[in-house]
Design a protein around this ligand. Sequence first.
Ligand SMILES: C[S@@+](CC[C@H](N)C(=O)[O-])C[C@H]1O[C@@H](n2cnc3c(N)ncnc32)[C@H](O)[C@@H]1O
Length: 273
Amino acid sequence: MLIKELLAKSAEQLREVTDIPQKEAMILLGEVLGCEMSWLLSHSDDEISMDERFTEFLKRRISHEPLEYILGRASFYGREFDVDARVLIPRPETEILVDKAVELAKELSPHLHIVEIGCGSGIISIMLALLLPKARFTAVDISSEALHVSQHNAKKQGVSERIAFVEGSYLDGVSGEIDMIVSNPPYIANEEPLGIGLSYEPSLALYGGSRGDEMLCQIIDLFVTRGVKALACEMGYDQRQPISEYAKSKGLEIAFYKDLAELDRGFWIKEKR
Ligand SMILES: C[S@@+](CC[C@H](N)C(=O)[O-])C[C@H]1O[C@@H](n2cnc3c(N)ncnc32)[C@H](O)[C@@H]1O
């Protein structure tokens, strides 16, 4: 079979799963052959024999497994992070949370202690460590499996010395002063049905409680009780009103940010001076 025939046949099989079947077929074949997509295009008339690994990749993708889990990596903020089914796949909107946290950090002193609740693959703490070279970090996750992934990613990005990884719930095991909390916690309501792609991701990373915003409220409480200077969190597009009411009931001034689709996507709170 020619490369172009194999790609066309595979793209046809992927049509139900993705809006970009040709591109995904090329990504998967490129991964198996260890070549760029441009090489596949310029060698499309070459003969190729069916590869077992490619067949397996295709089968997994046809079953709606996310491409990132099949490849074992995802890009975030222009960098590559290792991911697998132990962690949430980084979402592009979380880059806005990183930017917001950097903005807040720059209004405080450079020597901050920043704590992330629910670090997953580590993308937020790692990016912040790269962008804020004088800050130190504690990254907490309740999942020991997720912590293996985040620690590996921190090493790969050269910031493992600056991030203390803690297995625990919320701020368990995090002592001393905290200047900023940042979090992209699970915020989907427990009963909400998930799309087939999401079902591959760890449920610990998705479900936030019966309403969905329980973890966010708990984090706001910790911001108050631990005397933290700034808080930045991602949230669900429909959670602005309950979160706003909750923050106001605590006497806090809250501000919200939107994602690139113009949906409410997160908030920040600063300590009152
Ligand atoms: C939505 S994922 C975010 C992962 C990563 N920070 C990101 O933005 O891609 C939420 C993470 O919170 C963790 N988690 C859930 N409940 C937790 C808790 N009570 N305390 C700490 N982490 C928790 C999950 O294991 C998961 O890794």
